[in-house]
Design a protein around this ligand. Structure first.
Ligand code: NAP
Ligand code: GDD
Length: 338
């Protein structure tokens, strides 16, 4: 089996590629050309599989339809996992057009799938952000979408196009509506990783405080490693469909902070301050998912609890901070955090 993974250098790109390679897949992934190295998450896979058929990397960008078209023709994958996106909600308010181009990129990719002679299955990384989170309710595949950011609107466009291509052309188009999922590989500007990074550094006396925005926002946070298995299960189901993946629990940012600091015996109130610069023009206040459909039909289950997730992230970031501390003491690193 051959899979094409766009956004392979991201958090989910790493976990999914590892999962697929372990299942015997040949993985083909797209990376963006950057002036610095941007493959750190997948470096362990590159080290292990470079030069073998298991891992193949190509420069591409979701906004370059001709490169994606060429890749689909060249690789003729059995499955495409479209993970690439400017995925930061706050950034999408600053870069709305760029963020939205990823949605058009998805449409171009769907065209390539439609024009291919091969029956290619297509997975779209849809998001719980599309719901808008205005009401305190459990959200499933039938809940209404009410996007509150350019990011959410662009995801909804791609989601709808994917459904339209499924219904109009009989393509195997799957939408995975995933609630927030995190890991030690989460981007450092997302709130969970920002917190765990800070806790590691504060514990090691190389950071003094942590500035956050809205502490009352509530999210249904799961572990990314569990969620990539769900993506694959959706693609193995006999019919293409829309599926929610979530834990069924929601927690505030403040609860995340509290557990993260407590896990290393610190009182968060001594270190955390709020700053309006981290507030968004429009906030998604409350997200809670109902993944009954995926759990009963696909037999998917989130395995890592909220507390385990927080502790796993803090533990890994304490190790990183210990290394940073050594470099600072040897004058090999000159940086201060908050
Ligand atoms: P991530 O860590 O931000 O990774 C995004 C990936 O997309 C990176 O490889 C990035 O490349 C790439 N990318 C960004 N813009 C691109 C473009 N124009 N063309 C090609 N590649 C581009 O995100 P993630 O957490 O792994 O999430 C994966 C997907 O699931 C995203 O589409 C995200 O919106 C969606 N999603 C995530 C969550 C979540 O909680 N994690 C929940 C629901 C949906 P660089 O490494 O070079 O930046
Ligand atoms: N990033 C960030 N930084 N968020 C903060 C901060 C801060 O300093 N302080 C409070 N928050 C709040 C945000 O306002 C938001 O309500 C919540 O923490 C979570 O923010 P993020 O971690 O940035 O994630 P997100 O929920 O906006 O988006 C993530 O989940 C979506 C799925 O619902 C991203 O991964 C999206 O790509 C994904 O689709």
């Amino acid at each position: 089996m051959k899979a094409l993974v766009t956004g392979i250098t991201g958090q989910d790109g790493y976990y999914l590629s590892k999962f697929l390679i372990d299942k015997g897949y040949e993985v083909h992934g797209t990376i963006r050309r950057a002036s610095t190295f941007n493959t750190s998450r997948i470096d362990p896979l590159i080290a292990k599989y470079e030069g073998t058929k298991k891992l193949n990397l190509y420069y591409s960008d979701l906004i370059d339809s001709s490169s994606l078209n060429q890749l689909v023709s060249l690789i003729e994958p059995d499955e495409i996992y479209n993970l690439a996106a400017q995925s930061h909600v706050a950034v999408s308010f600053k870069n709305p057009a760029y963020t939205s181009q990823a949605a058009l990129g998805t449409l171009n990719l769907l065209e390539s799938v439609k024009n291919s002679k091969k029956n290619i299955k297509f997975y779209q990384a849809s998001s719980s952000e599309m719901y808008g989170g205005a009401k305190k309710e459990k959200l499933d595949e039938n809940s209404l979408f009410d996007p509150k950011s350019p990011y959410a609107a662009s995801k909804l466009f791609a989601h709808n196009m994917n459904k339209i291509y499924r219904e109009s052309y009989g393509l195997f188009c799957v939408n995975g509506i995933l609630f927030n999922h995190e890991s030690p590989l989460r981007g450092e500007t997302f709130v969970t990783r920002k917190i765990s990074r800070a806790v590691g550094r504060i514990k090691n006396n190389i950071q003094k405080s942590l500035l956050l925005g809205n502490l009352d926002a509530s999210r249904d946070w799961g572990f990314a490693g569990d969620y990539v298995e769900g993506m694959w299960l959706m693609m193995q189901h006999k019919d293409p469909d829309d599926w929610v993946l979530s834990t069924g629990e929601t927690h505030t940012v403040e609860e995340f902070v509290n557990i993260a600091f407590s896990s290393v015996d610190l009182d968060w109130k001594e270190y955390v301050e709020t700053d309006d610069k981290f507030l968004r023009p429009n906030e998604v206040n409350y997200l809670l998912g109902d993944s009954t459909k995926a759990q009963s039909i696909l037999k998917w289950k989130p395995k890592v609890s909220f507390k385990q997730l927080v502790e796993m992230m803090v533990e890994e970031d304490c190790k990183l901070a210990e290394q940073e501390k050594i470099l600072i003491e040897k004058n090999l690193l000159d940086i201060t955090w908050n």
